[in-house]
Write a protein that binds this ligand. Structure first.
Ligand code: ADP
Length: 298
């Protein structure tokens, strides 16, 4: 039902007493390794919530790549189209976390994610034509995103993260665009100081049939057919907001694949994302279907 075309990274996380400046060596704590990458995170988010998910992506022919593929498979994601290439090593994100403030600094080495080319996506054309939902992010090449958008036979969800400019021709083929506030600001080329500015930007953005702007603790703003609806956040006490956006996008994909109207799907996505902030880590914090249903019933 859901096809994800996107990135897989191995996240390498080191706690540090402070972030190094150029030329400095900092002694950190013990290294932790976790599966990550926006594509894989969103695929896992959707699978945990009961979606039938297949992912298209690239890893290297190395141990990290094997690990990421089997982590996906363990979550019930069809990883048979995540192929190993010897053109580049598996993507990695090197993440330093300040022990006191929790602030991150991150170096992403995309590796194999940047050798996923349009022809590889075209090779999976049948999957994309038949999928009810095609879910995309921007940790792969722009031309690869464009190829997937063109081939998709169902509803196209694009999470334009990390931010970059997007051709209007691509935006016109997107059904639901899911930026956060900063990504929307990049797309419209202006600062968005308050909710009014966000709503105006979402309403006037040309192309997507609907825009859902994620607003952190303020929830999400849905803009469809010129009408704007603020869907409040599910109240929680967050401990780690890593991958909240990924939880949101995965949940939105599942609920839309099940035929739920967009405003209902946004409410469920807000709740799933809020739950993901109450546990540390990216993929470990993603809620299950039972956890989401319980929170929605409250
Ligand atoms: P990103 O993490 O991609 O920057 P946001 O910060 O907008 O995206 O968060 C994505 C979604 O996660 C929000 O739309 C909201 O549903 C949920 N969320 C994030 N922070 C909180 C919070 N403090 N309380 C409740 N929900 C939150």
């Amino acid at each position: 039902d859901i096809a994800v075309v996107g990135s897989l990274n191995l996240d390498l996380v080191v706690p540090v007493p402070h972030h190094p400046v150029p030329g400095e060596t900092v002694l950190g704590g013990d290294l932790a390794e976790h599966p990550g990458g926006k594509g894989a995170n969103q695929a896992v988010a959707a699978a945990r919530l009961g979606g039938r998910v297949a992912m298209v992506g690239r890893v290297g022919t190395d141990a990290a790549g094997e690990r990421l593929r089997s982590a996906l498979a363990r979550e019930g994601v069809d990883a048979s189209r995540v192929r190993a290439t010897d053109e580049a090593p598996t993507g990695r994100a090197m993440i330093a976390v300040d022990e006191l403030t929790g602030e991150n600094s991150i170096i992403v080495s995309p590796g194999a994610n940047s050798v996923l080319h349009p022809e590889h996506v075209a090779f999976e054309g049948t999957l994309l034509r038949d999928a009810r939902i095609t879910l995309l992010q921007q940790e792969v090449l722009p031309e690869t995103v464009e190829a997937a958008v063109r081939l998709a036979g169902g509803t196209v969800l694009l999470n334009p993260a990390p931010a970059r400019e997007l051709a209007e021709s691509v935006l016109h083929m997107v059904d639901v665009l899911v930026p956060n506030r900063e990504e929307l600001a990049v797309l419209v080329g202006q600062a968005l100081p308050d909710l009014h500015a966000v709503a105006d930007a979402a309403r006037t953005l040309r192309g997507p049939a609907a825009v859902v702007v994620t607003l952190g603790q303020d929830g999400a703003l849905l803009c469809e057919d010129g009408a704007v609806l603020l869907v409040p956040a599910h109240p929680v006490t967050p401990v780690d907001t890593t991958a909240a956006g990924d939880a949101f996008c995965g949940a939105l994909a599942v609920r839309l694949a099940e035929g739920e109207p967009l405003h209902e799907a946004v409410r469920a996505a807000n709740t799933a994302a809020a739950l993901s902030t109450t546990l540390p880590g990216a993929q470990p914090s993603l809620p299950t279907r039972a956890e989401l249903d319980k929170a929605l019933a409250r």
